[in-house]
Design a protein around this ligand. Structure first.
Ligand code: AMP
Ligand code: MG
Length: 361
């Protein structure tokens, strides 16, 4: 069920390169997808001279996604990998010598946490785990739609604090100093991994491709199409039926090159308790799902930053969020519970419907 939701999201937000070539292009468009990492569908679209060349790049990407998934997975320890699961298991006991990509991700998170007032707090693991258990219970039995007791959330919150995370770069170790503490990098790992893979593909020589990992989209170069100048990325309408979501139900379309587009939404993983929508983005101040918006979409080149900021902005109130977007010059589109939409000046010119953008050659 969780996978189905992620799949629907990926379809709704999938890349929409408007192919169709007049004349013979020197490079052709190919597609590849897989479903075995980050609990979501990863789609790669790109242009190469031959199918073999595309296959090589796509395989490289797939292999790297598997490696990064194994490092960033909190649910399962993978043989030979010292990642998030191993660090959580050793909480309160011993530092773990972690992979370089794990140290990079955790340092990236702590830097951005400090810049954004701990709205995204990767040490919130014990609290997030409770909400995930209640969501899982609901998926096992749709009549079992419950809220966790506040006392349980508060007891878990006592185990959550940024100070409990110690990263020793020189030693290459990570230590959760408090027994019962746990990392959850769900707010950023997929985007960070997508950025790593995209930069490695570029370093390998690929000039024109797009990766969508469950709606975290990273575009590199421009599409080598005769008809379009930019990649198209649909923004899902949070008020549309997710299962039936199609291109007609998009809120708008972004035309971008060399940018990432990431959306955090309350419709991605949720259940209902009465008329309360219990979704997967938790406000650390209340320990309950954040309620300011239906969705927040971020456009900025670095996919890890886009992923981090979409979650952080989802938790922040509008004034604070708008100031943060200005400070870091990121494009943001907010959809409010009453259906109103706000788009800042950075994102507006990139939007097809609201900004009049076009990608026709
Ligand atoms: P995203 O879909 O990128 O907005 O990330 C949502 C995921 O981030 C959730 O499924 C949790 O794993 C995690 N998460 C939710 N709320 C927070 C928070 N306030 N701080 C850190 N991680 C969070
Ligand atoms: Mg995120």
């Amino acid at each position: 069920m969780k996978r189905l939701a992620a799949f629907c999201l990926a379809i709704a937000l999938s890349l929409l390169p408007l192919g169709g070539c007049q004349g013979e292009p020197t490079q052709k468009r190919y597609e590849y997808q897989f479903f075995d990492t980050f609990d979501t569908l990863v789609q790669i679209v790109g242009y190469t001279h031959t199918p073999e060349e595309f296959e090589d790049y796509a395989q490289l990407a797939h292999n790297r996604f598997v490696e990064l998934h194994n490092m960033y997975d909190k649910f399962e320890s993978h043989p030979g990998v010292n990642g998030i699961a191993a660090i959580n298991l050793a909480a309160g006991t011993a530092p773990v010598k972690a992979e370089a990509e794990v140290l990079d991700l955790l340092e990236f998170c702590t830097q951005w946490q400090q810049k954004t007032g701990d709205m995204v707090e990767i040490t919130l693991g014990p609290v997030i785990t409770i909400w995930q258990e209640y969501l899982a219970r609901y998926h096992l039995d749709y009549d079992d739609a419950q809220l966790p007791p506040t006392a349980q959330l508060e007891a878990a919150a006592a185990l959550c604090a940024p100070e409990y995370l110690q990263i020793d770069r020189a030693a290459g170790t990570v230590f959760l100093t408090q027994e019962g503490a746990a990392l959850d990098v769900g707010a950023v790992a997929k985007g960070f991994a997508t950025e790593l893979v995209a930069s490695e593909l570029q370093a390998a020589g690929w000039e024109s491709f797009s990766i969508s990992s469950g709606g975290n989209v990273r575009t590199c170069g421009e599409p080598l199409s005769d008809t379009t100048t930019t990649w198209s990325v649909g923004i899902q309408d949070p008020f549309a039926n997710a299962v039936l979501a199609s291109q007609d139900q998009l809120l708008d379309v972004l035309f971008v090159n060399d940018q990432s587009v990431v959306t955090s939404g309350d419709y991605q993983r949720f259940y209902m308790v009465g008329d309360q929508r219990i979704h997967h983005i938790i406000d650390p101040a209340t320990l309950f799902p954040a309620t300011h918006y239906r969705s927040v979409t971020v456009v900025t080149p670095h996919s890890g930053m886009a992923d981090f900021l979409s979650t952080a902005l989802f938790v922040m109130d509008y004034e604070e969020g708008r100031a943060l977007a200005d400070e870091y010059d990121v494009g943001v589109l907010w959809v409010f519970p009453d259906g109103t939409v706000q788009a800042n000046d950075t994102i507006l010119p990139l939007l097809r419907d609201r900004g009049g953008a076009t990608n026709k050659r």
